[in-house]
Design a protein. Sequence first.
Lengths: 129, 170
Amino acid sequence: MSSFQITISPTRRAAARFITGVRRALQLALIEESKKRGLTQSDIARELGVHRSVINRELRGDKDMTMGRVGELAFLLGRKPVLLLPEKKVSEGSNHVVDVPQYSVQVTSTASTTAILEKELETQHVAAA
Amino acid sequence: MATIPQLDAAGSLFKLDPALDDDEQELRLLHTSPRLRAWLENELQGLQSAANIEMTPAEQLDALIHTYSSGLPLVFERDFKAFQPKPVQPIGDGVWYLKTPDLRIFGWFWRMDCFIGHVADTTERVKQFDLYQGYRGEVIRFRDGLPLDEPKSIPGDDPNVVISNYDLPD
């Protein structure tokens, strides 16, 4: 089997996947809210005082999004953005160091945020023990 | 006729390694034609975003392939799209394209979650010179000439039979 990869630096690979992950979380949250309560990009644009095309381009990836905009969109979607930065760990028996930053982003409802943080703390507690 | 691994060994197709993390599983596969591999290795690296965004086209494609390969949900018509059948056809010819803000990758699904890409270009050029139908024809010609075991392709334009985990745009 002769496979190949797209040539890209590890740091830029991490950055691109992070940006895409954030945008995708927002896209999927909007799809969910659209089904649940009929929320549209126009509704969001009106609340933010911008044209609908601005929101559309930001969600499609045709326009960069500031972290502030991520917070605004999450709020209007009824979600709370959570950024987790767990420390890099090397699994026992592993013969190489994981070189990709281990973080994750979730756009989650406020109610489940507590549950996620509790689970995270529980996991860390078990790992420490 | 031949299987995908046999075509891979013969240099007729190449597996695109998505460079997943240690804790990720490759749940969707992507192969390329020699032409697409050459484009990805020679042309893609020098491209800048026409949309003037932070991510270069190469970074956009890497991120899309990561999402695709790791089985994360895709968004129909935003990440992948089919050509609609022509008026005389009862069903589409199964040519699809993957999308990023700056790129279009044309190919087909030979099985669910198994994409073979043949040709790529920038979104700007494809739209400016109306290259969609030309690339569609090139994909069909390459597919017809590829000695892949039948059925070579999933016909039609129904996303339910080509992608396992996707959502519809809002």
